[in-house]
Ligand binder design. Structure first.
Ligand code: GRG
Length: 303
């Protein structure tokens, strides 16, 4: 079997195991509070999270933690937290006030399957649950590490990360963005959470400063590759393959790096970015091979 097939099978097996962990978290019993979570809210959260995502961010967390001997089970709470943030962001991104999409992961978006208010609340509850998972002792025995994980996910998902990037994206639709503005917006909107996914694993594993720095660079370059590939796929892939509407950026004349530099230059830039991601892992041996394959997969993926 060739290397990409091995990797795809490995990612697939992880996604299956991960779905079991997600499923266990998204129940009325797991969503703790002084009251009983409404069935409709739990169902909408499940619709937004248990619907066949590739689970790339939690995979990165588990693989980065694995470099330091942390097992998948030990890394699972942090991995779940990053995926909950991702799923909330997709639910909110699909809302009429944002991208107004009907299809996600090949199924009706949460506001289509339920309604807008339920979709907003399902996103809110997933977001909140993510931080609850990091705060629990099951995530890590050391409270200082748990606090560092919370701070890390705040950085990746908040105003200076994903949510800020989404705001910049909305501003950019009005025009006037330079190529640098687009790159910064994308680093925040998509890159920051991918960077965090890797750093969460490194923090769980007690990485040294040098190791954390190297893995941060890897996460940044991998995040950039992921976004560039996404922009390219928006132009070149079918909506069946992607499980969501494609060509929307192009139709709306939304500024992307591909629209600025063209498809061929974007593909070359993507190759360079993957090369930078791989170079960042130079201090690690074969134990980092799956991370290396993940960066390549980000660039070569077909959906
Ligand atoms: C609403 C706060 C807020 C943020 C939204 C992530 C995001 C920010 C918007 C999503 C829009 C989008 C399609 C961005 C491109 C990159 C991206 C996040 C693609 C989807 O991620 P995948 O391919 O999805 O990992 P799956 O379904 O596999 O999980």
């Amino acid at each position: 079997m060739s290397e990409p097939e091995d990797f795809a099978a490995r990612l697939d097996r992880f996604a299956t195991r991960f779905a079991t962990a997600l499923d266990a978290q998204l129940t009325a019993e797991a969503l703790v509070g002084p009251g009983t979570p409404p069935e409709r809210l739990v169902a909408a959260m499940r619709h937004g999270a248990l619907n066949g995502g590739k689970r790339l961010r939690p995979f990165l967390t588990v693989e980065a933690a694995g470099l330091f001997g942390v097992t998948e089970t030990e890394a699972m709470p942090a991995a779940l937290a990053v995926e909950f943030i991702h799923c909330y962001s997709l639910i909110h991104d699909d809302l009429p006030a944002m991208d107004d999409d009907d299809l996600r992961r090949g199924q009706p978006t949460v506001h289509r399957a339920y309604d807008e208010a339920t979709a907003i609340l399902a996103g809110d509850a997933l977001l909140t649950h993510a931080f609850g998972l990091l705060a629990k002792k099951a995530c890590h025995s050391d409270p200082a590490i748990r606090a560092a994980l919370v701070a890390e996910l705040v950085a990746g998902s908040g105003g200076g990360g994903m949510a800020g990037g989404q705001m910049r994206d909305l501003e950019g639709e009005k025009g006037g963005f330079t190529t640098n503005d687009i790159a910064e917006m994308q680093q925040m909107k998509t890159g920051a959470l991918i960077r965090s996914a890797v750093r969460l694993g490194a923090l769980l594993g007690g990485a040294s400063l040098d190791q954390l720095k190297a893995l941060t660079t890897f996460g940044e370059e991998a995040g950039h590759a992921f976004q560039l590939a996404d922009d390219i796929l928006d132009l070149t892939a079918s909506s069946e393959a992607m499980g969501k509407a494609t060509g929307k950026d192009h139709q709306r004349q939304k500024p992307t790096l591909v629209s600025r530099i063209g498809l061929d230059a974007a593909r070359r830039h993507l190759g360079d970015t993957v090369h930078h991601a791989l170079s960042a892992l130079m201090m690690f041996g074969p134990e980092a091979d799956t991370l290396r394959q993940t960066a390549r997969y980000f660039a070569e993926r077909e959906n």
